[in-house]
Write a protein that binds this ligand. Structure first.
Ligand code: SF4
Length: 334
């Protein structure tokens, strides 16, 4: 993380629930975190851990009902994104906060050309006319490595390969020079070579454009190569948070330790056998009253079934939520 950087996003005690016929589902529980200027924060967890719902809550992308953001603050440039009116939010969403989703086919509109979809935010948010927007659209496609960019503006999404469509999505997300980019499993649907190319591209663009990024993934291996800091989620809450090297060197939470054993290491010529985390992620329900990891935790004790541990500071910029992890002395700050 850059020294002396300031916060671009500050999320406090976010709680999101879903109303269902069988009652409320608490999908995001008291999630707090911040994002520094130019920082890449990796958000890791299995599916159902609450990582995507958390990020969609920030920019109010969840349909309501059934979703309801019951509490919390999301501060961005002095504004609480959970309180501002829809018009103001639309000015920020897609312009100052960009996002890329896993499957570009669900995010790109199949009936409009890629050029139209790139021009639209440029004309709406940046005030460019059609000619200027067209020129900028071609530059953006070129920037993300699409050959013959100007000619390809006339093509429809289905005329691009999976990797190229993901590049188009990145170009759209970056069109208005966002201060924050939220990328939700953007490489998961791609084959390994294309995945590596997209990761390289994001690293390059981040250096060039200086934006802060939230990168959501279930794969700690991906995070190791690109993140400054990592937030681990489980059962709708943050269970550990630390700078990336610290997390890999000194994991505190039993879930993070288990997750690290699922990351492949190659020693010499032989790849190590990967471990899997026994058991299933928890089925979310009412407000949590116990540690969400207790059913799968190899070191659980009695109190884990009675009390949900709070996230506490365990060292410099390191925090964990586990009854067995001792809090640091007062001088440490996360
Ligand atoms: Fe395991 Fe208990 Fe820690 Fe939860 S609080 S991770 S169950 S030891």
């Amino acid at each position: 993380m850059p020294d002396g950087a300031s916060k671009v996003l500050d999320v406090q005690n976010l709680n999101t629930i879903f109303q269902t016929r069988s009652g409320e589902i608490h999908a995001v529980n008291n999630v707090s975190f911040d994002l520094e200027e130019g920082e890449l924060l990796g958000v890791v967890g299995e599916s159902g851990s609450g990582k995507s719902v958390t990020m969609m809550s920030l920019i109010r992308l969840l349909p309501s009902p059934p979703a309801e953001i019951r509490a919390g603050k999301v501060m961005f440039d002095g504004l609480d994104l959970l309180k501002i009116d829809d018009d103001k939010l639309r000015d920020i969403r897609g312009a100052r906060i960009g996002f890329i989703f896993q499957d570009p086919m669900t995010s790109l509109n199949p009936v409009f050309t890629v050029g139209f979809q790139l021009r639209e935010p440029l004309m709406r948010h940046m005030g460019l006319n059609k000619k200027q927007a067209n020129k900028r659209a071609a530059e953006l496609l070129e920037m993300v490595g699409i050959p013959a960019a100007s000619a390809r503006l006339k093509d429809y999404p289905h005329q691009f390969s999976g990797g190229m469509r993901q590049r188009v999505m990145i170009a759209i997300a970056l069109a208005c020079d966002p201060e924050v980019l939220i990328a939700d499993e953007p490489t998961t649907a791609l084959d390994v070579t294309i995945q590596a190319q997209i990761l390289e591209l994001i690293k390059e663009l981040r250096q060039k454009l200086g934006m802060a990024i939230i990168w959501i993934t279930h794969d700690l291996g991906v995070i190791a190569g690109i993140a400054d800091r990592v937030m681990v989620m489980y059962g709708g809450q943050v269970v550990e948070e630390a700078p990336v090297r610290e997390l890999f060197k000194n994991p505190q939470h039993p879930y993070t330790k288990a997750l690290l054993k699922t990351v492949p290491h190659v020693r010499g010529e032989r790849a190590e056998r990967l471990e899997v985390i026994e058991g299933q992620p928890p089925i979310l329900g009412g407000a949590p009253t116990a540690c969400p990891f207790r059913e799968r935790c190899p070191v659980a004790i009695d109190i884990c079934a009675r009390e949900n541990p709070a996230l506490h500071v365990t060292g410099p910029r390191h925090a964990a939520a586990c009854h067995l992890v001792a809090p640091a002395r007062e001088e440490a700050h996360v």
